[in-house]
Design a protein around this ligand. Structure first.
Ligand SMILES: Cc1cc2nc3c(=O)[nH]c(=O)nc-3n(C[C@H](O)[C@H](O)[C@H](O)COP(=O)(O)O)c2cc1C
Length: 185
């Protein structure tokens, strides 16, 4: 199958996640185009693929602007094929109901704003990447980590992504996409 894996990232964790997804699909024999939403070729069409996985990360409740633009521009084609949305956040690494409600509301708003209705939405825990933050973000993120009881002294990165769970998500989506009726290009 031909898969599109398109991602938006700010500090790099969603690129790492997209890379992992791409590797797992290729391991299954799929042909995969992995594309940064900030660098989409002008002639790229989702309908040239059998299925698509889009991924973006939350910053102050919103995803990357190029990802929103892409989903808005191509929502009709995307709605006509098997698609999955990976919403990357720190809330996804938490278990409490308020975090769950918040990240669900962000993903719902993205769908409403773009018109894209993903076949499935998955919340994937991201990472603290202290080396990528400016002075203010660095301290803000240190405080957030400290509030969660995490030790950050001398730590450059704290990764919360559950790679086993993600492997399972990719495998299940591959099976569902393979079983879906083929769309007209
Ligand atoms: C300035 C800033 C704002 C953030 N806002 C949110 C947020 O609103 N909700 C959330 O769950 N995570 C939030 N995060 C955490 C990021 O979603 C998380 O670090 C993710 O791994 C970033 O992915 P990226 O490296 O691909 O950009 C924020 C992180 C930063 C640095």
């Amino acid at each position: 199958m031909r898969f599109l894996v398109l991602y938006g990232t700010t500090e790099g964790q969603t690129r790492k996640i997209a890379d992992f997804v791409t590797t797992k699909l290729k391991d299954r024999g799929d042909i995969v185009a992995m594309i940064d939403a900030a660098d989409v070729p002008w002639d790229m069409r989702p309908q040239d693929y059998d299925a698509a996985i889009l991924a973006g990360s939350l910053h102050a409740g919103v995803y990357q602007t190029p990802l929103i633009h892409f989903a808005r521009k191509h929502h009709e084609a995307l709605n006509n094929m098997p698609t999955a949305f990976l919403s990357v956040s720190l809330s996804a690494g938490r278990k409490d109901a308020e975090d769950l409600r918040g990240m669900t509301a962000c993903a719902d708003r993205f769908q409403k704003d773009s018109g894209w209705k993903p076949s499935e939405v998955h919340h994937v825990a991201g990472a603290f990447r202290f080396a990528e933050y400016d002075f203010f973000k660095h301290w803000m993120m240190k405080v957030i980590a400290w509030e969660r009881g995490m030790k950050t002294a001398g730590v450059v990165e704290l990764e919360l992504t559950d790679w086993d769970a993600l492997r399972h998500i990719v495998g299940s989506f591959h099976e569902r996409a393979a079983a879906a009726p083929k769309h007209a290009a």
